[in-house]
Design a protein around this ligand. Structure first.
Ligand SMILES: [Zn+2]
Length: 209
């Protein structure tokens, strides 16, 4: 649609993936007055070494909302368990519905060859939903889209079976402070859980979770 602001949907597996991987683009979108919606397919209730379950999910919801507020975006967290996401029909319907409701022009998600099963299945769910968002008979209670949004991958460091090759790259220097401010909101991750992972293992992914 030409008569409305561009709309960016970033579909991550966990409540910090979207802003970690695309916070710069999100900040640029908001700076231009566009609309940004960040989604986590899971509630993040396993992403800590000292606490887990509903208490951690609530904490991470608060962190995500605070991060979104930094740039004036919105964050939606599905109430699905961290580490247990599966590409079920039910979850595919969820993704179809949220894409239809938000009506994005651009959707970003993980690549399907990621180390984390939640990342892989988030990618699979989006791939499975991408065409179906235009099919009226699928999830008929949510109006279908007339056309598909553009779907693209978030960057990562994985090299097998093939490395990430950017087709679009932007200089996020002008919004770097906003990126840092967003990540600062995820205290449970960037100051507690992820630094511990750095000391424990080299996952090939540096510190993304
Ligand atoms: Zn993640």
């Amino acid at each position: 649609m030409a008569d409305r602001s561009p709309r960016l949907l970033i579909l991550g597996a966990h409540p910090d993936d979207a802003d970690y991987a695309a916070g710069g683009l999100a900040a640029f979108y908001r700076r231009a007055g566009h609309v940004v919606h960040m989604v986590s397919m899971t509630n993040g209730d396993a992403g800590h070494h000292l606490t887990f379950g509903p208490d951690l999910a609530r904490r991470r919801l608060g962190e995500a909302n605070a991060a979104a507020a930094v740039i004036g975006a919105t964050y939606e967290i599905l109430d699905l368990h961290d580490g247990e996401l599966l590409p079920t029909i039910e979850n595919r319907r969820r993704v179809i519905a949220l894409i239809r409701v938000f009506m994005p022009d651009l959707v970003l998600t993980h690549r399907p060859n990621d180390y984390h099963p939640d990342h892989r299945y988030t990618s699979q769910l989006l791939q499975d939903a991408a065409y179906m968002v235009t099919v009226p008979a699928i999830v008929p209670d949510v109006p279908h889209l007339a056309a598909n949004p553009v779907v693209a991958y978030l960057p990562d460091d994985f090299t097998r079976p093939y490395p990430f090759e950017p087709t679009v790259a932007i200089d996020v220097g002008p919004v770097f402070d906003q990126i840092v401010s967003m990540l600062h909101c995820h205290a449970s991750q960037f100051y507690e859980w992820l630094p511990r992972g750095l000391k424990c293992a080299n996952t090939g992914r540096r510190w993304m979770m």
